[in-house]
Ligand binder design. Structure first.
Ligand code: THG
Length: 263
């Protein structure tokens, strides 16, 4: 599993405050902690309330790459934010994201080609997130076709069926899981798949951790290859390591949790 750390996101109040006050140490600590906990990529978002998203994103990238060398997932709906981030990035970038809209895909895939970036393609368009598996797959297929036009390999694509909160869209969980299972069959080599795991429990009362780790292991059984999640959630990481073992992705030993962490 490719772990994309979710914690540097202006959606969190403390992070939003650290961004507006340019508290470099707070952001750098979050970056180091997540990488230490096993994150392979860090998702970076200035958040919905940022009043100067380009400056904020450039500052985030520059601060973070001083302390870690992992790829950064530039999480923004604005293509000018993405391009400025690409310009200042030292390591490889994952653009998070393009929708299945033609105009958006053209801009994003052109940038991806120019800067050798990977791309997350979300199964939604101007009319929103589809309700059914088949409509999600249709949008994903559009994204793959467009990526190919731009000479981007499926290896460099992450397809995201868009996980929804169970408290407002309970019927969507099963559709998302079934979509993950079938996304792998859309092209060869199979594209990577990704979900924003914490979406599932957003706004729910009670045990968010249990919802997240149950959804993650079910999605892994459907073939999920990466997830945007909180790598500091130890129970979640243990569930992921154990699921990897059960799916025969790792060699078993009695102390498999310790063995995975030491790697
Ligand atoms: N797909 C893609 N990118 C994404 C998402 C996705 N990026 C954003 C998001 N979804 C994934 N990241 C998060 C980060 C935080 C939370 C959920 C998803 C979260 N935050 C707390 C909350 O809203 O309850 C913040 C509150 C707080 O603690 O201050 O749950 O699906 N491609």
């Amino acid at each position: 599993m490719i772990i994309i750390g979710e914690l540097i996101n202006g959606m969190y109040k403390d992070v939003s405050k650290a961004i507006s006050n340019r508290e470099t140490d707070v952001i750098q600590h979050l970056a180091e902690e997540q990488v230490r906990a096993g994150a392979n990529i860090l998702d970076i978002s200035a958040g919905p309330y940022s009043s100067k998203p380009v400056d904020d994103m450039k500052w985030l990238v520059e601060s973070i790459q001083k302390v870690v060398t992992v790829a950064l997932s530039i999480d923004s709906t604005k293509t000018d934010v993405i391009e400025e981030a690409l310009k200042v990035s030292v390591n490889r970038v994952v653009i998070n994201s393009t929708s299945a809209d033609d105009d958006k895909m053209s801009v994003v895939f052109r940038l991806a080609k120019k800067y050798n970036a990977q791309v997350i393609g979300v199964a939604m368009d101007k009319s929103g997130v589809p309700n059914s598996k088949d409509n999600r797959l249709e949008l994903a297929a559009k994204i793959i076709a467009k990526a190919m036009e731009f000479g981007i390999s499926p290896d460099d694509l992450y397809l995201d069926p868009i996980a929804m909160p169970v408290n407002v869209a309970q019927a969507q969980g099963k559709e998302v899981l079934e979509t993950i299972r079938e996304l792998r069959m859309l092209c060869n080599p199979a594209p990577n798949t990704v979900i924003g795991l914490s979406n599932v429990s957003q706004g729910t009362k009670g045990n968010r951790g249990l919802l997240n780790r149950t959804f993650l292991t079910m999605a892994m059984a459907c073939g999920l290859t990466s997830a945007i999640l909180d790598p500091l959630d130890q129970e979640l990481m243990d569930a992921m390591i154990t699921a990897d073992l059960i799916l025969n992705k790792n060699i078993y030993c009695d102390s498999f949790l310790d063995a995975y962490r030491k790697r």
